[in-house]
Design a protein around this ligand. Structure first.
Ligand SMILES: Nc1ncnc2[nH]cnc12
Ligand SMILES: [Zn+2]
Length: 349
């Protein structure tokens, strides 16, 4: 495929995003606007200042700014506006389905009502399906910098809102927070019928990936790149079909990997680990959304057509979408394969 056709082929692929923190899509202009209308003091008066502050030396240096951004949110409308801005942006990049992390624990601990958050987000999801044909699942994401008891309290509060929440995730820094601390939390979440995933092996050691699989029984692994020095754990990911949701631009900007080719993308592809590419916190990482992550991987690594099809197929297979949505995504991927004669020219069914 010539480079121009290849780039169009990658744009045409139906995008499925499984690792995006809603609060990480807060563009600086919207942060300023919501802070003003809610009378929240933040140490910035312009979007430009926030962009200038968005240069990071580590995961923690990012989290410090990121959680400051959380403080502007108060009302149901705020959450609607935040997710709506994401939908509007990604609709232009052919996003078809997403499962989004929302970090209610920060907001509820500040006094915001969980119901306002969930219902504000849900309203926008309904509208996005109508207006853009985008489907969205909401993942209530627990934060490791709060104690497990606080996580459990939030999960219990979320039970009556169960129908609006597709799964439970866990993020924030892994430092000093091994998966073994959260066994009861994940047992409770699974008992409620929620899907479960967790950040593991972003900055944490390989054992955190293994323990998240074996103790927390995660269905997919967010980042998961920390397993790369342990072939036995990479094999476990492949054998148990635990897909990893990779975030290539995030890993480079947070100094987790030296560059995109130095992440384990090639290693995991060759080991037949399921994986997909995602944006993590697009607004804080130079407004690089999922389509820009796809383009960056192609620019740095030049994956084959076969591998690109696998990435999107894996994302569909890893998703927690209902069967009808999954069927529609499959049809769209098959349509792109037919358009580019992928079966005839590249031998992929
Ligand atoms: N990259 C990341 N790692 C852990 N927690 C996060 N929350 C938002 N982005 C995150
Ligand atoms: Zn993340």
């Amino acid at each position: 495929m010539d480079p121009q056709t290849k780039s169009q082929f990658i744009k045409d692929l139906p995008k499925v995003e499984l690792h995006m923190h809603l609060e990480g899509s807060l563009e600086p202009e919207l942060m300023i606007e919501i802070a003003k209308r809610n009378n929240v003091d933040i140490p910035f008066t312009s979007a430009e200042q926030i962009r200038e502050a968005s240069v990071f030396t580590s995961l923690q240096s990012f989290l410090d700014l990121y959680y400051l951004g959380h403080t502007v949110f108060k009302t149901r409308q705020d959450f609607y506006d935040l997710i709506w801005a994401y939908f509007k942006r990604v609709a232009t990049g052919n996003l078809r389905h997403c499962e989004i992390f929302f970090e209610a624990q920060e907001h509820v601990n500040r006094g915001v009502k969980l119901e306002d958050i969930v219902l504000g987000l849900h309203d926008a999801c309904v509208q996005a399906k109508k207006e853009f044909g985008i489907t969205c699942g909401l993942i209530l994401t627990l934060l490791r910098h709060f104690p497990p008891e606080n996580m459990m309290e939030l999960l219990k509060q979320a039970v009556p809102l169960k129908e609006y929440i597709v799964g439970i995730g866990m993020s924030s820094s892994e430092a000093g927070c091994p998966p073994s601390l959260y066994v009861d939390i994940f047992n409770f979440a699974r008992e409620q019928g929620w899907h479960v995933t967790s950040h593991a092996g972003e900055i944490g050691p390989p054992e955190y990936v293994k323990d998240s699989i074996e103790l927390l029984k995660i269905e997919r692994c967010d980042h998961g790149i920390g397993a790369r020095t342990r072939p036995d754990i990479v094999k476990l990911l492949a054998e148990k079909e635990i897909g990893v949701t990779m975030c290539p631009i995030s890993n480079v900007l947070l100094k987790v990997t030296e560059s995109i080719p130095y992440s384990p993308i090639r290693q995991y592809l060759d080991a037949n680990v399921k994986m997909c590419f995602n944006s993590d916190d697009p607004s804080y990482f130079g407004s690089n959304y999922i389509d820009e992550n796809y383009a960056a991987v192609e620019k740095e690594m030049g994956l084959s057509v076969r591998e690109w099809v696998k990435i999107v197929q894996d994302a569909i297979d890893m998703s927690w979408a209902e069967d009808d949505v999954r069927g529609k995504l499959q049809e769209e991927l098959d349509g792109v394969k037919a358009k580019y004669k992928v079966k005839e020219l590249y031998g992929i069914e």
